[in-house]
Design a protein around this ligand. Sequence first.
Ligand code: PGA
Length: 247
Amino acid sequence: MTAPTPLIAGNWKMNGGSASLSEAKAVAAGAGKGAARVALCPPATLIAQMAWALRDSSVLVGGQDCRAEASGAFTGDVAAEMLADAGAKLVILGHSERRAGYGESDALVAAKVEAALRARLEPIVCVGETLEQRKAGDALSVVTGQVRGSLPAALAGKPFAVAYEPVWAIGTGLTPTTAEIEETHRAIRATLAEMFGEAGRVVPILYGGSVKPSNAAEILHAAEVGGALVGGASLKAEDFLGIVDAL
Ligand code: PGA
């Protein structure tokens, strides 16, 4: 099996309006020359406009979450089918801000992954330990447990990515050492291989948490790192392209 194609995805979180589409267009103008697939995940309100603005580029547009159900009386929620209809090709699921802020369990994340597959969206499934869990020596068991619980068997043979995002590294400027990243990514890889056999060896495992142009090259070239999920540094095209170019 060949190595996974790297994926660099920007997670705009709850930031950006139509004025920010210029940043997305600048990303599209600067990306697409390298080896990585590049994606931007804006707020749901911007997906359709961004997908249209980037229609002639190689940059993919994704959502940040979806409901597991396809439709119904779920005020305020967005179905995977709706993201796809708006032009999304991917969706971030199980981000720690959703696991912590909305009590999302592994089982719920797995149901959302099934919804994404139903809508033909490529899921980026996030896992990661808290600082307390790392200090207690539980990081690997927490992360591999989340991988087992959040990835349904239906993913076999489908395109998807896993993002390792230590909760304590998100938006803090802190990052694990390269050795810690490699150790965790190797544990995720072994779990994916157990779950999905040979196909588990080509799933990109992204690193996320305070990735910026200055640390991107070291992180992206670490063993078993197949790309990055970038929050704050994805909001400005110059910073995001600095990360894309580091690959
Ligand atoms: P950050 O966020 O790059 O701002 O740390 C990463 C994420 O939450 O996906």
